[in-house]
Design a protein around this ligand. Structure first.
Ligand code: ADP
Ligand code: MG
Length: 368
């Protein structure tokens, strides 16, 4: 096994396309580390440099503190699982898994032992002699993982392995994949553009956008302490609300002032944000689940008009009108169903509010 470290790594294609910009992070031995970001943000370029399939334009990549920049892929002991699983359609499950060992000219009985071990581990023993053509998606995934792990790689790399599946199957495969990888205890780099996958599976996540690392942290850390507005908006569904605002002091009270409302900061908000009073050019970030909606007025509530109601069983998404062009999404549990056009009374869970600098996008708590 190995830890993987990137030190100020860049990938510049053709002297001009900056696909990866000054990336630095470290994945621990045995960690399940996810690289998350929208399409085109530089995820695959990062992995290809780690695997040795792409030259590193600048910076260093280290495995266990050894610089590997010049090592060919075959010397890096990395296994890759791709989106299409790339199985050999004419071979059996057994032969697909055995393939990388045969290429390495391993003795036959050793191959046999390793293939059977991997098959047992992945519940493939009953279908070892079947062709792979007619396997279910789940079985094909297991075979492709079997083939990747049979030679005991130091690092397992998966590039969007389940992204192309439909939602139901993807959820099942995600759970299955997580179980398999957990039992393997192999250092795993997992690429996806789907925040749900990263949140559900990863020990830690590196979020990328436009070639740059935005934040590295545990799923909960990233969820509750987004470093900037991109991370806040990318993680979470329905997405975080953003509202332009100022923080204004009046007497000994602090207020969020937006074109649509004024809200006093309460005992949970005020101590956190007091020192930013007087800041203008901010964007308030508040998740729909942290917006509370009541049909009766509450102390410090603001009044907004219901625009749209979307029942989702145990919870309801309510769109509230801020002004002609902006809405505030609330997600409430239970059966609260205001009518369209009905005024409701809204407060925020101020523990979970964020303020982002409009120009830099940074969470003001990260500005110092
Ligand atoms: P992701 O995997 O996050 O979708 P990629 O790493 O594939 O992103 O691509 C990042 C950026 O680099 C994109 O703008 C893409 O068009 C560009 N890119 C990727 N590969 C090449 C290449 N071989 N030559 C030129 N540009 C490339
Ligand atoms: Mg990619």
């Amino acid at each position: 096994m190995a830890c993987v470290e990137l030190r100020n790594v860049w990938k510049i294609y053709g002297g001009e396309v900056e696909a990866v910009i000054d990336a630095s992070w470290e994945c621990q031995d045995g960690e399940f580390f996810s690289i998350l970001g929208p399409s085109g943000c530089g995820k695959s370029s990062t992995l290809r440099m780690i695997a040795g399939l792409e030259e590193i334009s600048r910076g260093e990549i280290l495995f266990n503190d050894q610089v590997v920049n010049k090592l060919p892929p075959s010397s890096r002991n990395i296994a890759m699982v791709f989106e299409n699983w790339a199985l050999y359609p004419n071979l059996t499950v057994y032969e697909n898994i055995a393939f990388p060992l045969r290429v390495r000219k391993m003795p036959k009985d050793e191959i046999d032992r390793k293939v059977k071990e991997a098959a047992e581990f992945l519940n493939l023993t009953p279908i070892l002699n079947s062709g792979v053509r007619h396997l279910s998606g789940g079985e094909m995934q297991s075979v492709s993982i079997g083939r990747a792990i049979v030679r005991e790689p130091a690092v397992l790399i998966m590039d969007e392995p389940i992204s192309h599946l439909d939602a139901g199957l993807r959820a099942r495969m995600r759970d299955e994949l997580k179980k398999q990888v957990e039992r393997l205890h192999v250092t795993t780099l997992y690429i996806t553009h789907d925040q749900v996958e990263s949140m559900a599976m990863a020990d830690r996540i590196a979020i990328m956008n436009l070639g740059e690392i935005q934040q590295v942290g545990t799923p909960l850390d990233i969820y509750y302490h987004p470093r900037n507005d991109f991370v806040g908006g990318f993680i979470g569904e329905p997405p975080m609300n953003f509202i332009f605002c100022e923080l204004l002091q009046e007497g000994d009270q602090l207020f969020i002032v937006t074109p649509a409302f004024r809200m006093q900061l309460d005992d949970e908000g005020k101590p956190q944000f007091q020192r930013y009073s007087g800041s203008s050019k901010l964007k308030l970030g508040i998740r729909p689940e942290d917006v509370r909606v009541r049909l009766q007025p509450l102390p410090n509530s603001i009044t907004l008009v219901t625009d749209f109601v979307e029942p989702q069983g145990d919870r309801t998404i309510i769109s509230l009108r801020l002004n002609d062009s902006d809405i505030l999404l609330a997600q409430v549990l239970g059966s609260l169903r205001p009518d369209v056009g009905q005024p409701v009374y809204v407060t925020f869970d101020q523990r979970h509010m964020h303020f982002f600098d409009i120009e830099t996008g940074l969470n003001i708590k990260n500005l110092e």
